[in-house]
Ligand binder design. Structure first.
Ligand code: KG4
Ligand code: ZN
Length: 367
């Protein structure tokens, strides 16, 4: 295996199959540490899962298998590259749905063996965490708020490969709360964008929903009680008119914003102690696309005098450019471990030393 040196541009092919997006991308990392996306192909599986109201793991794995080769070919074609032009191959190895992870990682291993190129097995959460290096040239240290369908965490990103988890959810992830709320209100999946669309015409003060964990000294999140409060209120108001659904969605979003801002305020206190006076606040994950949440966090960041950095929505949600980029950041620092020896991991905490939070389940923290 020949390792690309720090003085050369590195071209990486990234593969992402941890949930319901089949994605491949080609990213070039320049010696000055900047990155360029040469291609970024994302195929969402929503049509396959729609009838079931959520992601079915077996269907997801089969759907990845059915199209991954085509998606990789398209990524290389769009980037105007041949496989031989690529310096390294990277695939998400966890955390996520094990069947899909195995599909992506196995394809990446086969390609690495066939071409004698290095393989990097990437932690999906690290890929989210480092995306701002690609989009905004922002390098660690910074405070990360990761809000996706599977995760809700605040993390001190001290350096590439050095993460300290501060808070995590004790029940539902924030994206999960959006998805479940959408379902109970009869909105189509994926729930986050559906709730957001309805909320645009609603009154955020129409219903006084709870703000779980707000003001609590421990750094964690909780959203299950909020979702249940929406369910109870909705049941009392049946049959629901469109304007009532809009009010419920807007009030739900308002409660979410209050909770998230409060938890970020709590995390910023820790971040200041560990990272210095004005750590940037970075937001990643699919829920970071939510406009009300972005506005609320911007107001909070302005008041706190910290810089808020949120990648564009297409790079907040799952994609393979972030996987390729994380691999480039590792390669440039000589952090190459043998990806061929790495198995897919359904659970793979970013901070392996963090205590599991209450509600993380018997198998320990997912992430
Ligand atoms: O990061 P992501 O694409 O996949 C995971 O790693 O989970 O996040 C998907 C989650 C879903 O729960 C989806 O409903 C939510 O992000 N989401 C949103 C919005 N767009 C996507 N939630 C709120 N508002 C949005 N605009
Ligand atoms: Zn994700």
């Amino acid at each position: 295996m020949v390792l690309p040196a720090e003085s050369h541009a590195i071209t990486i092919l990234g593969i992402e199959t941890s949930c319901d997006e089949t994605a491949a991308a080609v990213v070039v990392r320049a010696p000055d540490g900047s990155g360029t996306i040469a291609s970024n192909i994302i195929r969402s599986q929503w049509a396959e899962h729609a009838a079931y109201g959520g992601v079915v793991p077996e269907i997801a794995a089969r759907a990845h298998l059915a199209c991954l080769d085509t998606i990789i070919e398209q990524a290389l074609r769009d980037a105007d590259r041949k496989l031989s032009d690529v310096d390294a191959i990277a695939a998400t190895a966890g955390p996520g749905l094990i069947g899909g992870l195995m599909v992506g990682l196995t394809v990446a291993k086969a390609m690495a063996i066939a071409t004698s190129k290095p393989l990097l097995a990437i932690n999906h959460l690290e890929a989210h965490a480092l995306t701002v290096g690609l989009t905004d040239q922002l390098k660690p240290p910074y405070l990360l708020l990761l809000v996706s369908g599977g995760h809700t965490q605040t993390v001190l990103v001290e350096a590439v490969g050095r993460y300290k988890r501060l808070g995590s959810t004790i029940d539902d992830a924030l994206g999960e709360a959006f998805d479940k709320t959408a379902k109970l209100l009869g909105l189509e999946a994926p729930g986050g964008p559906a709730v957001e669309r309805m909320a645009e015409r609603g009154d955020p003060a129409a219903f006084a929903f709870p703000r779980p964990m707000r003001g609590r000294p421990e750094p964690h999140f909780s959203f299950a009680g909020l979702k249940t409060a929406v369910r109870r209120t909705a049941q009392e108001l049946v049959p629901l008119s469109d304007s009532t659904v809009s009010d419920l969605c807007a009030s739900f979003e308002a409660a979410v914003c209050d909770c998230v801002v409060d938890r970020c305020e709590r995390a910023l206190a820790d971040a200041r102690a560990h990272l210095g006076e004005r750590p940037a606040l970075v937001v990643a994950g699919g829920v970071a696309a939510n406009k009300r949440l972005r506005r609320a966090l911007q107001v909070h960041a302005d008041n706190a005098g910290v810089r808020l950095v949120v990648p564009p929505p297409r790079l907040c949600a799952d994609n393979a450019a972030m996987v390729a980029w994380a691999a480039g950041e590792r390669l440039a620092r000589g952090m190459l471990h043998d990806g061929l020896a790495q198995s897919a991991r359904a659970r793979w905490p970013l901070d392996e030393l963090a205590d599991p939070v209450l509600g993380a389940g018997q198998k320990g923290a997912k992430a």
